[in-house]
Design a binder for this molecule. Structure first.
Ligand code: GDP
Length: 544
């Protein structure tokens, strides 16, 4: 830290600055910012609620046996926030465990799986990959894992639903290493097969943590520490089997190594039954002890922006209220460096224009609360953010620009046209805004014309959102025709005209200038690629 705390600075402003940077370093160090990646139904909502419940219970000693009744999972954030003293935003859930501030960023759920989900991953320091013990790796888990891999984000794996019949734990680990190419390093091992979850081995004591069900799973599961002898007595063959398997893994070198984990070459593995709160405390401990705190963010010049540098943040998500009367646009910003103070006038790197942060908020479901300050790793919602786009950088006193967010390879394509030609202008404006928000990617070509753009999405739900908003927000109802393409790549200028003449393929330009080729399927793409000079069809999934 250049000059931090150094007594050699004599100018009046300096000591204060040093004190601030010390303060920021301290705050950053005690933060953990992560997201859960999973396939629908793996138990993300259940786990989120269980984490929050544990955090609260741990923060308030004695509350472990509270009577809080469990209702619909994550059904009423507002009430949860009041009852448990945790703040939940539609973008991030923040809670404290002892001295650690945890920011759990929400990855939008099943139905609206979209590019948004990926973007959230660019704002975290770590991811928790949640698997269903019976199903193992599923399609969306794989996609989201790839997004983590692209950024070398460390991943902690949780194998959930161990209370139900599932696969062999060793088979699950093999699947992870074979299909993801990452070495799983279990932090503990389940005692009892899937469907008969007794507890987990405790590496520190050489014994076991035994879980006991609480009725309805409403409160935190009782955990009892057993010595090896007690575990053997109570759990017999199950205990023996667990220790044998775990030793086998240790012998083959599958043990946690912090440097390897941080380099995203290994993934620590835990076993859990979120619905019964089994294994959730262990996950919280792993997040606190292993997940990295916020660190320097790399700018477009490949220079690191240390956390204690003057304020900077980047916009990873923009949301427009579905309420057409208000048209409010909220931008979600991750703080990268320095202290965010509400009211500060920041600079928007892309345009050089000032941005007022008078309306910084956190969003609790439908309720909003003003945020006065935030530190690296935190998420701030900025309202009245008409000028902000996904990928924008904001800074305070020392200029910086962070790289824009990568756009992901779309797999669904539809031509949109205004139903009412008299609303063509509103239609174009709407498409432009949806593009800026990243609701869909917009592709155009001379052949198709601007009144018939091709919208491209990673999930078909994005089309429904686009259609709804065009109609209700912009008064420009649109028709949509799905196209028979299923895969996209970039294409070099030389190859573009060749590809465009092929059957089952088409070339268009994305609004950011990237030339994109669409193909009926990967088979078609490979067949065409085989006739072109190598490297003619670079993948889209890369920072453009
Ligand atoms: P999400 O779609 O990933 O958010 O999944 P949910 O949290 O909504 O869970 C999907 C279903 O799985 C719900 O019926 C949950 O009650 C159930 N579930 C979640 N965790 C567990 C678990 O550990 N064990 C069992 N048996 N069911 C679970």
């Amino acid at each position: 830290v250049a000059g931090a705390g150094s007594p050699r600075h004599h100018d009046a402003g300096r000591p204060q600055e040093d004190a601030l940077s010390d303060d920021v370093t301290r705050e950053a160090t005690r933060r953990r910012t992560f997201a859960v990646i999973s396939h629908p139904d793996a138990g993300k909502s259940t786990l989120t609620e269980a984490l929050a419940l544990h955090a609260h219970a741990i923060a308030q000693a004695g509350a472990v046996h509270g009577k809080g009744s469990r209702r619909g999972v994550v059904s009423d954030w507002n009430e949860m926030e009041q009852a448990r003293g945790i703040s939940i935003t539609s973008a991030a859930l923040q809670f404290r465990v002892q001295d650690v501030v945890i920011n759990l960023l929400d990855t939008p759920g099943h139905a609206d799986f979209s590019e948004d989900t990926y973007r959230v991953l660019s704002a975290v320091d770590c991811a928790v990959m949640l698997l269903d013990a019976a199903k193992g790796l599923e399609p969306q888990t794989l996609k989201l894992f790839e997004a983590c891999r692209a950024r070398a984000t460390p991943v902690i794996t949780v194998i959930n639903k161990w209370d139900r019949p599932g696969q062999e734990p060793l088979a699950l680990l093999d699947e992870i290493s074979d299909r993801l190419g990452i070495q799983p390093t279990p932090l503990n091992w389940p005692v009892g097969i899937a469907g008969d979850f007794r507890g987990v081995t405790d590496v520190e004591t050489g014994g076991m943590t035994e879980f006991t069900r609480t009725p309805g799973g409403a409160t935190i599961a009782a955990r009892e520490s057993l010595t090896a002898a007690e575990a053997a007595e109570r759990h017999g063959v199950d205990w023996e089997r667990a220790t044998e398997e775990f030793e086998l893994l240790a012998a083959s070198g599958q043990t946690h190594d912090q440097a390897e984990f941080l380099a995203a070459r290994t993934t620590p593995v835990l076993f859990a039954a979120a619905v019964q709160n089994f294994g959730v405390a262990e996950l919280l401990e792993a997040v606190i002890e292993l997940a990295p705190p916020p660190s320097a963010w790399t700018d477009t010049k490949q220079q690191p922006r240390p956390v204690e540098a003057p304020f900077s943040g980047f916009i990873f998500k923009v949301q427009t209220g579905m309420d057409p009367a208000h048209r409010d646009r909220m931008a979600f910003m991750r703080v990268c460096s320095g202290r965010f103070e509400r009211g500060a006038v920041l600079t928007q790197a892309r345009t050089g224009r000032p941005f007022q942060t008078k309306y910084a908020q956190s969003v609790f479901g439908r309720e909003r609360e003003t945020i006065d300050e935030a530190y690296p790793g935190d998420v701030v919602g900025l309202t009245n953010a008409q000028a902000l786009q996904v990928g924008d950088t904001l800074y305070d006193s020392r200029a910086v620009t962070f790289p824009g967010l990568p756009r992901f390879a779309p797999e669904h394509f539809a031509v949109f046209r205004p139903r009412d030609t008299g609303r063509a202008k509103q239609f174009r404006r709407g498409i432009e805004l949806l593009d800026q928000e990243g609701v869909v990617q917009v592709l155009v070509s001379d052949r198709r014309g601007v009144q018939a753009p091709v919208l491209a999405a990673v999930g078909p739900m994005q089309f429904e959102v686009a259609a709804h908003r065009l109609e209700h927000e912009f008064g420009a109802p649109a028709s949509q025709d799905r196209l028979a393409y299923g895969v996209a790549s970039r294409v070099t200028p030389e190859a573009a005209p060749v590809v465009d003449r092929e059957r089952g393929a088409e070339v268009l330009e994305r609004t950011d200038g990237v030339v994109v080729a669409l193909f009926a399927d990967t088979w078609r793409m490979h067949a065409i690629a085989g006739r072109l000079p190598s490297g003619s069809l670079p993948p889209i999934f890369a920072v453009d």
